[in-house]
Design a protein. Structure first.
Lengths: 620, 311
């Protein structure tokens, strides 16, 4: 094939066709080195942890709506032990604090991150850049097999004496730095170790993704011809690589304060129940907060960027249009990533740090809203003028735009330091992050799983069940989380076991009840998705190679994708989102399809619409 | 046709009026104090500016929300799939990119500037000790240990006045709180004042306010501090200046009597009569809710004003 005149040469790919000996079950499914299998392993593990996190949320929601009332049977009322429930079956305050701590921990570290990065990163990156596998398949396998034990450690922490961690997922000292302040001993140490182990898994994964994307792109796949999903995962991996070591430092220091007598965070004069603690002094609680949030803010962008990439891909595919402003989308992701390092103090406006920092971090936080706004407008631009197919993935992607916008706008209130003085540590904050992570990322995850399911398993998920799940989730989600803004505005604090203790909150209890009922509907609606996922494995309609008529490289190979992905490494001729191109009659144009001399003159990000050339029957 | 429009308009206005009346804050004495699902009353000098900022951001974000959602819904309807159509093949528009980068940036810079002027007002100029009531606040698991300087005007002296969970301040006068947590991080929060401040062990953080309406407010802990975080409830009573002086004088007298039991009471304590005139009554019930084991020392007094006179 004439590879010299028209193809932009990227790094030569390393092609190795080697005959595989027949793999044992253990090699093929358990300790597989195939990135696709590893991605699917992450998916099933993460969905399990999503379930655990979800049940914990419903349990604590019950207590908020009906303080002191026994948990019903469908929320494990008859099952939880007496360390967690009072004699009448109501939640104990001790376990309430554990419930919200572990809910957040499981959701952030063991559900959202593995789903976004472990599943889509692993499954899609080699496929979408035209590689046979990751740069380091063994390390990839290790990445999963380190993450899973970390999750199991976290689950195990429920069963030790003193129970699981109860200092919030943020784990601020000094509350978290000494067993006596919470009553949680080994459970908190296990929490720390679990996250430290998970950090290793994430860093290994990040190294793999970055190396693979830089080095293993197929011929013609320039950086600016990569699908936005890959871009988002690339930027996310860089954030992970740089942010996780800081979390590691903070967690190690905290673990050392708890166990070997260091005083990183334990200040002089610290009292417990009025009595001075021995061998304590010289530490600074605020140091932890700086370290934690220096990781924590990039972390929240880690949690949302892949969802943005997936949403971009789904919106373009199902609007049958190129991405509006591809380069702007790339640069805004890079901008978000870059700025995410200098906004961490907005989590600490009321912490007691110097008020001048309240000014500086406010400015940087206001600025970081700009690239996100750019993305929202470009998404609207993508669907404008489109020919929209309302498939189930598209529904999720459209919901993503809506929910992310709400979440992003509510963030502006917090960016303003004086307003934050009021809404910090209230339910307004809880509403904000659930809108961006659940309404944003999780909806993108649902869309992404539905979209790539045929490539994973060779079958389609049932679209009727998908639509039912979507509508139930969308409505229940908004009914659950929008009223939380109102609670926060009314001054309802976070992390409190019984709001009725406060006179100024009692009148808002009907809102709490409404939220809880909606949350229960939301939680149980997820059964539909899980059922659809599992049922379609055996009963789903068999999928063709390209059931969605999409452009990217994974749709040029069979469904499910075979080992080694491509028979021959493909050559890429144009960008990933060339839908409704005037060069062809179909409304999609795979990246591997060459269409005459004009193909490579299509500069991606060209602001002018390409005029109809060569006829070819294309018409507007 | 026109009549139909007029009728619809009136119905809408009526609906809007009823809804906003229900939502509006009403300070007539007959209504219960907490009944709106919205911002609490604004009862400190900074609450007004913070609320103004809040509303400014609310209107801007609402406008953006309507634009984005309007476009989203319009596009979903207008551009739904039709067999005979083809999507517009475009990769973008540079002028639009610039526009929707610059305009949000300008709006956000504007918000930052507006916010900064409020922030510097409330955070950069602490009131002096001579023009304010200075209180030492030392929260612990799970109560607010409050201390006043007492007759000698100095802290850490035997005549300091201590209370647990009961803060008393005068109206329209700056109150400066110097706080250090004893054990874990707590956060002092009075919703009607619109500010909160973390109290951190090992460092002194400061918070000042000027209350503008007399009455009894709840103090909430707004930073997870352990099992009893949810019941770390305190009471802040805003008195008229006279009532506050009277309360304070009575406290000083009590303290002096404690320190010099057999001898005569302290000379500077004027008015037992003033104290009784203020209508001090002790109602122990309220302090019981604050929970976990009380008195760290013998100095705690729990004096609760009914505040009926002050409302």
């Amino acid at each position: 094939m004439d590879a010299t005149t028209h193809v932009i040469d990227t790094h030569p790919t390393i092609e190795h066709h080697h005959a595989h000996p027949k793999l044992t079950f253990v090699q093929k499914y358990l300790f597989s080195l195939d990135h696709k299998v590893i991605g699917i392993q992450f998916m099933f593990a993460a969905l399990l942890f999503l379930l655990i996190g979800g049940i914990l949320a419903l349990i604590l929601r019950w207590q908020l709506a009906y303080p002191g009332e026994a948990l019903p049977w469908y929320l494990l009322g008859g099952v939880l032990p007496e360390t967690m429930l009072a004699s009448n079956g109501a939640l104990l305050p001790e376990f309430y604090n554990t419930a919200f701590t572990m809910h957040a921990t499981f959701m952030i570290f063991f559900a959202a991150m593995p789903l976004l990065i472990g599943v889509f990163g692993n499954f899609l990156i080699p496929l979408q850049i035209g590689a046979r596998d990751m740069a380091f398949p063994v390390m990839n396998m290790l990445s999963f097999w380190i993450a899973l034990p970390a999750g199991m450690l976290m689950v195990a922490s429920f069963f030790v004496e003193g129970g699981a961690a109860a200092s919030g997922w943020t784990g601020y000292p000094t509350l978290s730095a000494h067993e006596g302040f919470t009553g949680v001993g080994l459970g908190m140490n296990l929490w720390l170790v679990s996250l430290l182990v998970l950090g290793v898994s994430s860093v290994l994964g990040a190294i793999n993704y970055i190396t693979t994307i830089i080095n293993m792109r197929a011929p013609g796949m320039t950086m600016f011809r990569m699908p936005l999903t890959v871009w988002s995962l690339f930027v996310t991996a860089i954030l992970l690589l740089l942010a996780l070591p800081v979390l590691t430092a903070a967690l190690v220091m905290l673990l050392m304060d708890r166990s070997i007598g260091t005083n990183f965070f334990l200040p002089t004069g610290l009292l417990m129940a009025g009595t001075p603690l021995d061998n304590v002094g010289g530490g600074q609680p605020l140091l932890y907060q700086h370290l934690f949030w220096f990781f924590g803010h990039p972390e929240v962008y880690i949690l949302v960027l892949p969802g943005m990439g997936i949403a971009s891909e789904l919106l373009s595919t199902f609007s049958r249009k190129p991405i509006f402003g591809y380069r702007a989308m790339v640069f805004s992701m890079i901008g978000i990533a870059f700025l995410s390092w200098i906004v961490w103090g907005h989590h600490m406006f009321q912490s007691g740090m110097n008020p001048v920092l309240g000014t500086t971090f406010m400015i940087s936080t206001m600025v970081i809203a700009v690239p996100s706004a750019i993305k929202v407008f470009n998404w609207l631009g993508t669907i404008w003028g489109g020919n929209i197919r309302f498939t189930v993935p598209m529904l999720y992607a459209l919901a993503f735009i809506a929910m992310f916008t709400i979440g992003g706008l509510s963030g502006i209130f917090m960016a303003s330091t004086p307003v934050d003085a009021f809404i910090h540590d209230t339910y307004f904050i809880v509403a904000h992050f659930h809108y961006v992570i659940f309404g944003g990322s999780l909806f993108a995850i649902f869309g992404g799983i539905t979209f790539w399911y045929p490539k994973m398993f060779g079958r389609m998920m049932n679209p009727t069940l998908g639509k039912i799940h979507f509508w139930l989730s969308f409505i229940a989600f908004n009914c659950t989380f929008f009223p939380m803004h109102i609670l926060g505005i009314g001054g309802h604090m976070r992390r409190i076991y019984d709001p009725t203790v406060y006179t100024h909150l009692q009148h808002m209890q009907p809102i709490n009840e409404f939220i809880t009922i909606s949350a229960i509907v939301l939680g149980f609606s997820q059964i539909i998705f899980l059922f659809n996922l599992l049922y379609s494995l055996v009963r789903g309609e068999r999928a063709s190679a390209n059931p969605w008529q999409a452009n990217t490289l994974e749709w040029t190979i069979p469904s499910p994708a075979g080992h080694g992905n491509f028979d021959d490494i493909p050559t890429v001729y144009h960008g990933p989102h060339e839908y409704s191109s005037p060069l062809v009659t179909e409304d999609y144009l795979p990246q591997t399809r060459r269409v005459g001399e004009d193909a490579v003159s299509l500069a991606v990000g060209d602001a002018r619409a390409v005029p109809v050339a060569n006829g070819n029957g294309a018409h507007h | 046709m026109v009549n139909a429009i007029r009728r619809t308009g009136m119905v809408l206005m009526l609906a809007l009026a009823s809804v906003s009346t229900m939502l509006a804050q009403d300070s007539t004495a007959t209504k219960p104090r907490y009944d709106t699902w919205w911002l609490p009353e604004a009862n400190s000098t900074v609450a007004g500016p913070i609320d103004d900022l809040f509303y400014l951001i609310l209107w801007i974000t609402t406008a953006v929300f309507l634009i984005v959602f309007g476009a989203l819904i319009a596009f979903i309807i207008k551009y739904r799939y039709r067999e005979d159509r083809r999507a517009v093949y475009t990769h973008g528009n540079n002028r639009l990119e610039v526009a929707w980068t610059v305009i949000p940036a300008l709006i956000l810079v504007f918000l930052a500037i507006m916010s900064q002027s409020v922030w510097s007002d409330i955070k950069m100029d602490a009131p002096g000790a001579d023009t304010s009531v200075v209180i030492d606040l030392r929260p612990r698991q799970f109560q607010w240990d409050i201390r006043y300087a007492g007759a000698d005007g100095k802290f850490e002296t035997p005549d300091d006045i201590s209370t647990t969970n009961q803060m008393h301040v005068p109206i329209n006068k700056a109150v400066l709180l110097n706080m250090t947590a004893q054990d874990v991080i707590h956060s002092f929060f009075v919703p009607e004042f619109r500010m909160k401040q973390d109290a951190v062990p090992g460092m002194v953080t400061r918070y000042w306010f000027t209350a503008t309406k007399a009455g009894q407010y709840e103090i909430a802990c707004a930073e997870l501090c352990g099992l009893g975080h949810y019941r770390m409830r305190g009471f802040l009573t805003v008195h008229t200046q006279e009532d506050f002086d009277a309360w304070y004088a009575a406290e000083m007298a009590k303290k002096a009597a404690q320190l010099n039991p057999p001898a005569a009471a302290a000379p500077t304590a004027p008015t037992d009569t003033a104290a009784t005139a203020a209508g001090d009554t002790t109602a122990a019930a309220a302090s019981g809710a604050a929970g976990a084991g009380s008195a760290a020392g013998a100095d705690t007094t729990a004096a609760v004003d009914t505040a009926a006179t002050s409302r």
